[in-house]
Design a protein around this ligand. Structure first.
Ligand code: NFE
Ligand code: MG
Length: 519
């Protein structure tokens, strides 16, 4: 038995440690450790509920808008606000543009290098001027002895792609994707006031009243993004996933718990019935039975997390978040959310298996792809295309709303009620995101966030059942313990964000027992 500890695991957001045991070349035991506590939830108690939108956005620099959105949805319910169509659509557009930034970033800049032997670029002998320019750039870095960040710490292995043309094209797209992300952020800022940490979404709607010029500017930028997503991002995922990476895809490396959940998100109507991303639940991999989501089945366990057991119960409205660093058996700051007592995978693969779009399901069937790391990348790229296409129809709907009675905000319900409670359940790029607020005496009595990476990277629950990633790591081949590339491939396929999952770190030491908690 060999023990491998990857700490810190990089090219993710936040602080993560992975500990595994390897027996006969395969992982037999895994512990996922979130090594940072932030205390955003307890910080909110006693504040004006409207602060929650802006405070929770500071949880993360990546999906900040998602927290603003979930928070406002929770406040809408607690305040009794009715968001007008204009506000709903503009919220969707702000978030949609953020996803167009976030998903390609994950694929090209955080994950792709796990699959490429970048130095194959040196062997490119073709005539494409764009690819030759890329080769030239990379060779200059090599000559300067500075190939980071293109050459991550782990060495290429038997699954790494080393076809010179394919690799050079991937590096070219890595650079192009940087440009596209900057544009997507600008697009979002057209309606959001600024990025990151948008300032337009508030309880009752949004504050940014657009004119037709802004809408048309957004549209032309969206068309450029759509073109990139369709012809470059999705195409690359398919070229690699059904080509050199097909053995990994078919082996289902990193499959996991096979329970999937989506709250649903991006409402196309004011009742919230017609959602672009559907809500649903799948248990034990049974894709023929999509169960209806029941929010009352969401709980959080903390037996293996550095938190005190809540005196008032395990539901997001009742629990608290009080650190306990001396707790026996605890090994992470991530709580263990469960749905109906079960660990659930959330995120692009969960959403796509719940929706089963024909285009994607045909590819999965044709190539016999199993749930796992590669399938997660494919699902993420496919939903990006669906989103970009749908966003065009949202712009049409917005233009229709922009007549004399154009409203973006419910101004009647801006003040906090004396009492109230509400949940904001939506989908963030990494999965199902829930904010839960209880208002008493016009102030926040309790605020809890149950976040995508908390679901995916949860530890064992009170019954000792490992979390989704912990399960997904079991059986993953690690032929060379000095080069555990498959571990990081599987971990990164979830696009983890530990900043979100744990919501003060002692910057001088990585030893959790010595953390100073101040809030
Ligand atoms: Ni910090 Fe997030 C997303 C949320 S987290 S990135 O997407 O919510 O898991
Ligand atoms: Mg939480």
């Amino acid at each position: 038995m060999t023990k491998i500890v990857v700490d810190p695991l990089t090219r993710i957001e936040g602080h993560l440690k992975i500990e595994v045991e390897v027996d006969n070349g395969k992982i037999s035991e895994a512990h996922v450790v979130g090594t940072m506590f932030r205390g955003i939830e307890p910080m909110l108690r006693g504040r004006d509920p409207r602060d929650a939108t802006y405070v929770t956005e500071r949880v993360c620099g990546v999906c900040a808008g998602s927290h603003g959105w979930a928070s406002s949805l929770a406040l809408d319910k607690a305040f009794g606000a009715k968001v007008p169509a204009g506000g709903r659509i503009i919220r969707n557009l702000i978030l949609g543009a953020m996803w167009l930034h976030d998903h390609p970033l994950h694929f090209y800049h955080l994950s792709a290098l796990d699959y490429l032997d970048v130095m194959a670029v040196a062997q490119y002998q073709g005539k494409d001027p764009g690819l030759l320019a890329v080769k030239d750039k990379v060779m200059k870095l090599v000559a300067a002895g500075d190939t980071a960040p293109l050459t991550p710490r782990y060495k290429p292995d038997e699954f790494s792609v080393n076809n010179p043309e394919l690799v050079t094209m991937a590096v070219a797209h890595y650079l192009k994707a940087l440009e596209m992300q900057a544009k997507a952020k600008k697009m979002s800022a057209l309606f959001a006031g600024k990025q990151p940490h948008q300032s337009s979404i508030v309880v009752g709607g949004v504050t940014m009243l657009p004119n037709i010029e802004v809408v048309e500017q957004f549209r032309s930028m969206l068309l450029e993004q759509l073109d990139f997503v369709e012809k470059v991002y999705l195409q690359d995922v398919l070229t690699f996933g059904t080509g050199p990476l097909l053995p990994l895809a078919q082996a289902g490396v990193g499959g996991g718990a096979l329970n999937y959940m989506s709250y649903g998100g991006f409402a196309r109507d004011d009742e919230g019935k017609d959602l672009l991303l559907k809500s649903g639940v799948i248990m034990n991999g049974d894709l023929s039975k999509i169960l209806t989501l029941d929010e009352s089945k969401i709980t959080e366990d903390v037996q293996y997390s550095w938190y005190k057991t809540s005196a008032n119960g395990k539901t997001p409205y009742s629990e608290d978040t009080i650190p306990d660093l001396d707790k026996k058996d605890a090994y992470t700051f991530v709580k263990a959310p469960r749905y109906d007592g079960k660990p659930m995978e959330v995120g692009p693969l969960a959403r796509m298996l719940i929706m089963q779009p024909k285009g994607l399901m045909d590819i999965i069937a044709k190539y016999n792809i199993k749930p796992g790391a590669v399938a997660r990348h494919a699902a993420r790229a496919y939903e990006t295309l669906m989103l970009a296409q749908d966003m065009l129809t949202w712009l049409d709907a917005l233009e229709k709303e922009m007549g004399a009675n154009f409203r973006i905000h419910d101004t009647e319900h801006w003040e906090a009620p004396a009492t109230g409670q509400g949940s904001g359940l939506t989908e963030a790029p990494r999965g199902s995101l829930g904010h839960f607020i209880k208002v008493a005496d016009h102030k926040i009595e309790n605020y809890q966030m149950v976040v995508p990476t908390t679901w995916n990277f949860s530890p064992r629950d009170d019954s000792g059942v490992p979390g989704p990633l912990e399960q997904a790591l079991i059986g993953v081949p690690v032929p060379d313990p000095e080069n555990p590339l498959n571990i990081v491939r599987v971990v990164r396929s979830y696009d983890p964000c530990l900043a979100c999952a744990i919501h003060l770190i002692d910057p001088k030491t990585n030893d959790v027992q010595k953390f100073r908690i101040g809030w």
